[in-house]
Design a protein around this ligand. Structure first.
Ligand SMILES: [Zn+2]
Length: 371
């Protein structure tokens, strides 16, 4: 199968999806993106279901065939880029790289999914097993709304393939991912004039700063645990002792035990300054996806199928999480990183390697046919 011959159709579809734009918070825009995907899946003979969602765009399910032992393919419709970004970040291809907002993460993954099906159909090699595609609308904000649907559908399938892109140019699949959590720390002090009544004030920024240092030190690189206070605010003017300050942070971890250690430490924070008050919140978002025995077996099987199709795949991991984290928790075999290979995630420099578009489509077709 010559997948590079599919380039004109693949790039045309990709350009349309990139240029329509689909920031998570813009429900109408995400639905316009969903309509393109639904149109393409319908053209390939899928049974379509639109799952209405509150506040975020609708989720779309496309199904080919019925029965047990099916394969689920998932991708997200949303991106992190606002609609106006196209004027400074247009869609284009140069020297084998393809640029544009969301081209890498993960609209090229959607092109791969649809073209793998189309290629199999053209050759009369569509597998007998059912194939389901799930397109969710809020992945970039944590999939809070669509998590339940992803888990329900994944449980009914023998394998889930996630088309997130590969973050580094080695192009390894994601066979482990860290979990993610977030936290906030609020410090309450007492306002006073910085000149006339300094001693009567209680500086909330000073209090919070002590806590920030303590929390950052919970990072343990050896265990793969990182803490990042990513934003901080407080105070109103330099001549007022600030009564309030807040910091928000992100936690990444390879085991739930590590998350619990950090959560516990954050909950137990006590004020350093007399009379200061602290309020903390800590939430788990995605549990970690470990390289466990299920993952090892799944990767081994994929490796053999890929090799037979002439595609070399590698196993790798990532400090970022995806919807694959939810699926792996269910004990359902899952492989992630089947999207294109590229760099510059969530930045204006985001691009993917054009060759990887064809190779990953070949790989996907082989996995669907031979699993
Ligand atoms: Zn993504």
């Amino acid at each position: 199968m010559n997948f590079a011959a599919r380039k004109p159709a693949m790039m045309k579809l990709l350009q349309e999806m990139v240029e329509v734009g689909s920031p998570t918070y813009d429900r109408d825009a995400v639905n316009r993106m969903g309509a393109i995907v639904a149109r393409e899946a319908a053209r390939l003979g899928a049974n379509l279901e639109t799952v209405p969602m509150q506040e975020v765009g609708d989720n779309i399910i496309a199904r080919w065939g019925e029965g047990d032992g099916g394969i689920l393919l998932t991708a997200h419709l949303d991106t992190v880029f606002p609609l106006g970004v196209l004027s400074t970040m247009p869609f284009y291809e140069k020297y084998g790289k393809v640029f544009g907002p969301g081209a890498l993460d993960m609209k090229s993954g959607i092109v791969i999914m649809l073209h793998a099906i189309e290629a199999l159909q053209e050759q009369g090699r569509m597998p007998k097993r059912p194939i389901t595609m799930l397109f969710n609308s809020d992945e970039e904000m944590g999939s809070y709304k669509s998590r339940g649907l992803i888990e329900t559908i994944a449980k009914d399938h023998a394998l889930t393939l996630v088309f997130e892109p590969c973050e580094y140019l080695e192009g390894a699949l994601h066979t482990w991912r860290k979990g993610t959590g977030k936290f906030s720390i609020k410090a309450q002090g007492k306002a006073a004039h910085s000149g006339g009544a300094h001693e009567k004030g209680l500086n909330a920024i000073e209090e919070l700063s002590y806590q920030v240092v303590k929390v950052q030190q919970l990072t343990d690189y050896e265990k793969g645990t990182t803490i990042n206070i990513g934003s901080m605010s407080g105070g109103r003017a330099i001549n007022i002792v600030p009564a309030f300050a807040e910091a928000d942070g992100d936690i990444r971890f390879k085991s739930i035990e590590e998350y619990k250690r950090v959560e516990d430490a954050i909950k137990k924070l006590t004020p350093v300054l007399p009379d200061a008050l602290l309020e903390t919140k800590c939430n788990l978002n995605r549990p970690p996806m470990p390289f466990d025995s299920t993952m090892e077996e799944t990767f081994d099987k994929a490796y053999k199928i890929a090799s037979a199709a002439g595609v070399k795949i590698k196993a790798g991991g990532s400090g970022s999480a995806s919807d694959a984290n939810f699926v792996s928790q269910l004990g359902v075999p899952v492989l992630d990183g089947l999207g294109t290979v590229g760099e510059g995630f969530h930045s204006e420099d985001e691009y993917f390697l054009l060759d990887s578009l064809f190779e990953r489509t070949k790989l996907t077709a082989a996995l669907l046919r031979d699993w």
